[in-house]
Design a protein. Structure first.
Length: 98
């Protein structure tokens, strides 16, 4: 329910009232009983900064997911373990460029 602010035209008494939008505005000042008016404000704009405010944003989990183990089929001395020339030293073209 929104909060409406009222001001008395006679005694300048200001007060706020929680009212449903479908409720009729108040007409009498609670202090002096004279006519009041409802004050209308532009309202404050809401600004969301950062991530996580939209359905399409991905949430960051606090747990770090384990990284997949890399394939260690290749040895550090041979750039290509499946290459037939890798068994013969000096004949592998990948080894010469590395």
């Amino acid at each position: 329910m929104p909060t409406y602010e009222y001001e008395c035209k006679n005694c300048s008494h200001n007060f706020e009232v929680f009212q449903a939008m479908s409720d009729q505005p108040l007409k009498d000042c609670p202090e002096c009983g004279k006519e009041i008016r409802r004050l209308i404000f532009g309202g404050a704009g809401v600004i969301f900064k950062g991530s996580g405010f939209y359905v399409t944003d991905k949430s960051k989990s606090s747990k770090s997911e384990p990284k997949p183990a890399s394939d260690k089929a290749e040895s550090s001395t041979s750039p290509c373990a499946s290459c037939p020339a890798s068994s013969e030293a000096g004949k592998c073209p990948a080894a010469q460029s590395a």
